[in-house]
Design a protein around this ligand. Structure first.
Ligand code: ATP
Ligand code: MG
Length: 618
């Protein structure tokens, strides 16, 4: 059996592979009955065949390829000209103009311009030569298709066979942009109705020209892009996709000067949010999505300088280079004064409480006395075992210091976007300066300012550095009334530069006997109980080594004693004062349930660290 000629082989493979593969999604989407898509399929095949047959290597036998063209072109026009709309597009009667200029029957997927694969045109690149006349371009092409038919020429000339290899490629930007010149057609090539094409420039389309070989069919010349961009007169591409049409229409519309931004309808997200303007703590929340008028009226305590007819807003100097979005985020972190905590609610910790009052409360009350050397330190560190009241002290400062209280956690400063973390830190300190006197309470500060190491992530390192600079760097002035209070139960993990900046390092130890007794009195005051002094002392002796949180849990467990002694059936009807009071026995039962949560080894660690770095109690 004579071996198949390259063109037969190509046609068979090409036809089969191409149709089966590249069109499989059409079949999959079960749209084969729709005439416009069937027309697309034919158009696609045609254009593929055009370019495949234009590569000199396979165009051995032009009659075969033109037979193939004619076969497909008959199919194509039979669909396109069919009057019955269920079977065809009846486009003929609407005139070639509508067909060739509109993209009615062209889906974005299958338009001519989709024939894209740099490897095909790299092949062509050697063969195609500069077209003799001005190029008709079709706008730059978009991404290459997922599938592309990769024509690979066998190296050995004698085989002259061209294997089709379909490979699945990732969508890729074509390194080469194909500019197709569609010139007056001459049979037997398909009569693509070109009457509508007129010399017109499509803005923004640049053409690049490659030499095309003389053998390439005079009707279609492919010219490859080259490094030099040249502007050429371009003809409108009859195969313009809806997207391109939209681009061109928009360009025309914009050229008409109708700019939507001056209209008064609400602008969603396109305006810079007015939230970046300086707002008081209690100003109403301004929705970022508002029309311009609403924002003008609502932004409060923003100085406006009316110069002539346009009002200018003066954003606080110190927030100038901070992104409004950041300011909004930080302002959301400001702890509105939640449930107030008094110093008396905190059992024990007399030394820590006195020091903090010295540093935080008095300077806020008498800034005239506490200046210069007496100026309050910038940073305090509260360290100690878990459950000893560090966070409680933070809450107490928030309610007692009458300053702007920022409760910041590591998570509120870290962001998934690179570079956002340090911006957040900068925004935090800028907003705190604007709202000073301010207290920035950072719980579990060790997670933010742990020892810097080689292996740590770049972004967390940058956040730390920004923090250290803001805490005590070139930009900070001594007059700023800012206080950073850090709480941690892992002081040994703190970075030494941070440790240096947290001048006062207060050890929050486990509660002593008296503190434990105070916690029991504080908590039992709200419940009916029959504990006497001796029993209370006994309980305090039995809870040596318990933290305040452990004492709290013990009292909660003991309070369940009387409830557990009620029969389930009565629980529904019993009134609160029928519940018996809490007794010593309930505490004995609770002591079996609630143990100390801090081990003696841990305790030694804290004691050591306190001896080395702590501000020892007098
Ligand atoms: N000194 C205290 N006086 C009264 N109650 C306390 C005291 N310390 C802690 N508590 C009780 O223990 C609970 C936990 O306290 P807090 O959150 O301050 O502990 P912490 O030191 O922050 O612990 P951690 O280090 O685990 O964060 C508080 O809600 C409070 O009820
Ligand atoms: Mg805490």
């Amino acid at each position: 059996m004579a071996s198949q000629s390259p063109i037969d082989e190509l046609n068979v493979n090409f036809q089969h592979v191409f149709e089966s593969l590249v069109f499989e999604d059409i079949r999959a989407s079960n749209c084969k009955t729709s005439p416009s898509l069937r027309a697309d399929i034919q158009r696609k095949t045609l254009s593929q065949l055009y370019y495949a047959s234009n590569s000199r290597t396979i165009d051995e036998n032009p009659t075969d390829s033109s037979t193939l063209y004619n076969l497909h072109i008959q199919k194509y026009f039979s669909i396109v000209d069919e009057q019955d709309l269920s079977r065809g597009l009846d486009s003929f009667s609407r005139g070639a103009l509508s067909l060739s200029s509109s993209s009615k029957n062209e889906s974005k997927q299958w338009s001519l311009k989709d024939i894209r694969n740099t490897s095909i045109f790299q092949e062509l690149e050697n063969d195609v030569s500069k077209s003799s006349r001005g190029l008709n371009n079709i706008p730059d092409f978009e991404k290459a298709l997922e599938f592309s038919v990769q024509l690979e020429k066998n190296k050995s000339e004698e085989e002259k066979s061209t294997k089709l290899q379909v490979t699945k490629l990732k969508p890729c930007e074509p390194e080469f942009k194909l500019n197709v010149t569609l010139q007056k057609h001459v049979p037997p090539y398909p009569q693509v109705r070109l009457s509508s094409i007129s010399e017109k420039r499509i803005e923004g389309v640049t053409t690049k020209v490659y030499p095309t070989s003389s053998k390439v069919s005079p009707q279609i010349r492919c010219s490859m892009s080259s490094e030099t961009k040249t502007e050429e007169i371009v003809k409108p591409n009859p195969f313009r996709t809806a997207k391109e049409q939209l681009i061109v229409d928009q360009k025309k519309k914009n050229a008409g000067g109708i700019s939507s931004s001056t209209s008064n309808e609400p602008t969603y997200g396109s305006r810079t949010k007015s939230l970046g303007l300086r707002r008081g703590l209690n100003s109403p929340f301004i929705l970022p999505i508002k029309d311009a008028k609403m924002n003008e009226s609502e932004t409060n305590n923003v100085e406006t300088k009316s110069s002539g007819n346009n009002e200018e807003k003066i954003i606080d100097e110190r927030l100038k280079n901070i992104e409004p979005r950041m300011v909004e985020l930080i302002e959301n972190e400001i702890m509105d004064n939640g449930s107030p905590v008094n110093w008396d609610d905190i059992a024990g910790l007399e030394f820590a409480k006195k020091t903090i009052q010295e540093i935080v409360v008095w300077p806020m009350l008498r800034p005239d006395i506490f200046t210069g050397l007496r100026g309050p330190p910038r940073g305090i560190l509260l360290f100690g075992p878990p459950g000893t009241g560090k966070t409680l002290i933070g809450k107490c400062i928030a309610s007692q210091s009458r300053s702007t209280f920022f409760s910041i956690s590591a998570s509120s400063l870290t962001s998934k976007w690179i570079g956002e973390g340090e911006k957040m830190v900068r925004a935090l300190f800028a907003v705190a300066r604007v709202n000073q006197p301010s207290v920035i309470f950072i719980d579990e500060i060790d997670s933010l300012l742990s020892q810097r190491s080689e292996s740590e992530h770049e972004s967390s390192r940058r956040i730390k550095t920004e923090f250290l600079v803001q805490l005590d760097g070139a930009t900070t002035s001594q007059e700023d009334r800012l206080l950073v209070v850090g709480a941690t139960n892992r002081p040994q993990e703190l970075d030494e530069a941070a440790r240096r900046r947290l001048v006062k390092r207060l050890y929050i130890p486990l509660p002593e006997f008296a503190a434990r007794k105070q916690i029991i009195h504080l908590l039992m005051a709200e419940q009916r109980n029959v504990l006497d002094e001796d029993e209370t002392d006994l309980i305090c002796r039995q809870t040596d080594g318990y933290s305040c949180a452990d004492m709290t849990n013990l009292c909660k467990e003991a309070a369940y004693g009387p409830i557990r002694s009620i029969a389930l059936s009565d629980i529904e009807h019993i009134s609160p004062d029928q519940v018996r009071p809490i007794t010593k026995e309930d505490f004995d039962a609770a002591l079996c349930q609630v143990r100390a949560s801090v081990s003696s080894q841990d305790l030694e660690l804290y004691e050591d660290w306190n001896k080395r770095y702590g501000s020892a109690a007098k």
